[in-house]
Design a protein around this ligand. Structure first.
Ligand code: ADP
Ligand code: MG
Length: 246
């Protein structure tokens, strides 16, 4: 079995000692190629920080991240940029679309930057599945939050990168668009061998994944294979006893 993502002993600190991700008994994680993994945990538990570190978007203070056989933590800034461009898709929690470009131009941007020719049939299928057909010529400011989020997902998947990281990709979607996206992500992993790491707060979204990894206080504290909604909920209530009171 080949490994898509491997991280161990990660430490990431912000500013003066605000440690977002901690190494002790493991900010360590291994994601096999072709797996659809969900990452869950309370707000502030380090999910976004971990995703940025895994995708080579941010440096880390200690530990290692390997994407395939490349040690991201040993690359220069420029090498990381190229690795991201060629091998990684990222759906940002805040979308990060380019405001002056249309939806179609945003979707094609990673390919344009890499000088790669788009697989038109594939991009077409993404656009249909994500319900963006009649929004392609709009700029981000002319799109709803959910539409912008779907453009961000299409952009991440357009070049069929080895690994897609998606930070709460259904956070702004109504349930119908959410189902379409989750079903598509599951299909991409199961049938097309796409590796996907998705942060979510939603047990239903997590149940589409092959596996759920739970973070608390910057550490991987638990995981669950073949998750069901009930299984995820019961893990969450064990890990977040205080949350039940609110
Ligand atoms: P999550 O995505 O699980 O909500 P984050 O990874 O965004 O958590 O944040 C983890 C911790 O790191 C939080 O305590 C957060 O306040 C802190 N943090 C995140 N980004 C920054 C930053 N740029 N500067 C300072 N602290 C940050
Ligand atoms: Mg986050």
């Amino acid at each position: 079995m080949s490994i898509a993502v491997r991280a161990h002993s990660l430490v990431k600190t912000y500013g003066h000692g605000d440690t977002a991700v901690r190494a002790r008994d493991g900010a360590g994680l291994t994601i096999p190629a072709g797996q659809f993994a969900a990452v869950m945990g309370p707000s502030g538990s380090g999910k976004s920080t971990l995703m940025h570190a895994l995708a080579g978007l941010d440096g880390v203070d200690a530990g290692r991240v390997l994407l395939g056989d490349v040690d991201v933590t040993r690359l220069s800034e420029r090498q990381r940029t190229l690795l991201r461009r060629d091998r990684v898709g990222f759906v940002f929690q805040s979308f990060n679309l380019v405001p002056t470009l249309t939806a179609a131009e945003n979707i094609h941007l990673p390919l344009t930057l890499a000088g790669r020719r788009p697989d038109t049939a594939w991009v077409d299928r993404l656009v249909s599945t994500l319900g963006l057909r009649n929004r392609l010529h709009h700029r981000p400011a002319q799109l709803s939050g959910g539409q912008q989020q779907r453009v961000a997902v299409a952009r991440a998947l357009a070049g069929r990168p080895e690994t897609v990281f998606a930070d709460e990709p259904t956070g702004n979607l109504d349930s119908r668009s959410g189902e379409a996206l989750l079903g598509f992500l599951r299909h991409a992993a199961r049938d097309l061998g796409q590796t996907i790491v998705m942060v979510t707060h939603d047990p239903h979204a997590a149940s589409y994944a092959d596996r759920v990894v739970f973070l608390a206080d910057g550490r991987v504290v638990d995981e669950l294979a073949e998750p069901t909604v009930a299984g995820v909920l019961s893990h969450m209530s064990e890990l977040e006893p205080a949350a039940k009171e609110h």
